[in-house]
Ligand binder design. Structure first.
Ligand code: RIB
Ligand code: CA
Length: 324
């Protein structure tokens, strides 16, 4: 039984890894990919996404451009992390693929409402497109199985001391998604920062004979997060790809169902507040807060198993015509 998915991306070094995995895995049916500004400007994200689909030898998967900036906050790209081109300097060949003329929100609406079974949305970027979808066409919720979100954290931040980039970039959008009443699976930094490929393996791939392996090796070599060792240039994180892996290997992660709220103000803006208390505190006892949406939060991961799943899957991709 394949899982129908729509990826929302800001390609992005690790979004590229996620797209390769999603196209390659036999249990996933990629209905479409929608693009949003985040790691790079929107036009760059769209071009990167199309080129990665070529590298994956993907079929005619529809791609559409969405929001150029967050709902409220100004656009602040993460080009200092993903490079000016969004792909860490990976020079993929130009592509003949073109994005669909429809807006990402319209593509999302059409693909969700027309699919015969409920669709899983996979949010690997700031959630502006998904928030616009849910506000513009709330009826689509009836055919959304769940939303797998690469975003947030129950612990440390990256964009700020406490906020993860995708949520921090557009907190209002994330709050709309978390509060929509649709089941949310949160693949946050607690697990995102754990799943990596060792540098020797990445180097072997980058300089090996496998065309997709060379691309994956180069992307893995681009540092997308602070490592424990601040001087370390290599982290080897599969990043967003881990969130897609969680769909086909849910038992490789330990999750808890917890109330989660997105903070919208102050120094904590963009933080996902994960309530891990085992009892009702004064805030609830005295009715000081409304109930927060309950989210499935990934807190631990069998990192070796997920990294192995990722590599085994993407290395099964054929050599695309441009790369043979
Ligand atoms: O915080 C990590 C997230 O921000 C990932 O999705 C990465 O691609 C960037 O978008
Ligand atoms: Ca991303």
């Amino acid at each position: 039984m394949t899982v129908p998915v729509i990826l929302d991306v800001d390609t992005g070094v690790d979004d590229a890894l996620a797209i390769l995995f999603a196209v390659a895995h036999p249990e996933l049916e990629v209905l479409g990919i929608t693009c949003v500004a985040g790691n790079a400007a929107l036009d760059q994200v769209v071009d990167n996404t199309l080129r990665v689909l070529d590298a994956a030898s993907a079929g005619d998967i529809p791609v559409a451009a969405g929001a150029t900036r967050p709902l409220i906050a100004p656009a602040r790209s993460a080009s200092h992390v993903h490079g000016a081109d969004g792909l860490g300097g990976l020079a993929l060949p130009p592509t003949a693929r073109q994005a669909r003329p429809e807006h990402a929100v319209e593509l999302l609406r059409r693909l969700v409402t027309e699919h015969p079974v409920p669709v899983t949305l996979v949010a690997l970027a700031p959630q502006t497109n998904l928030a616009l979808l849910l506000r513009t066409h709330p009826e689509v919720a009836a055919n959304i199985e769940r939303i797998v979100v690469m975003g947030g954290s129950a612990s440390v931040g990256n964009a700020t001391a406490v906020a993860e980039f995708n949520v921090w970039h557009d907190p209002e959008a994330a709050a709309i998604v978390f509060d929509a009443g649709i089941p949310v699976y949160m693949y946050g930094l607690d697990v995102f920062n754990r799943v990596s490929v060792d540098s020797a393996r990445a180097h072997e791939l980058e300089h090996g004979a496998h065309p997709v392996g060379r691309i994956v090796g180069e992307l893995l070599g681009h540092r997308i997060a602070m490592s424990e060792d601040e001087d370390a240039q290599y982290t080897g994180l599969i990043g967003d790809a881990g969130a897609v892996c969680s769909i086909v290997a849910p038992d490789a992660l330990r999750t808890e169902r917890r109330p989660v709220r997105v903070e919208l103000a102050g120094f904590g803006r963009g933080q996902t507040l994960v309530d891990r208390r085992e009892f009702a505190g004064e805030d609830l006892v005295h009715g000081l807060v409304d109930a927060w949406p309950v989210v499935e939060v990934a807190l631990e991961v069998d990192a070796g198993r997920v990294a192995g799943l990722f590599l085994d899957t993407v290395l099964a991709l054929p050599a695309s015509s441009q790369y043979s």
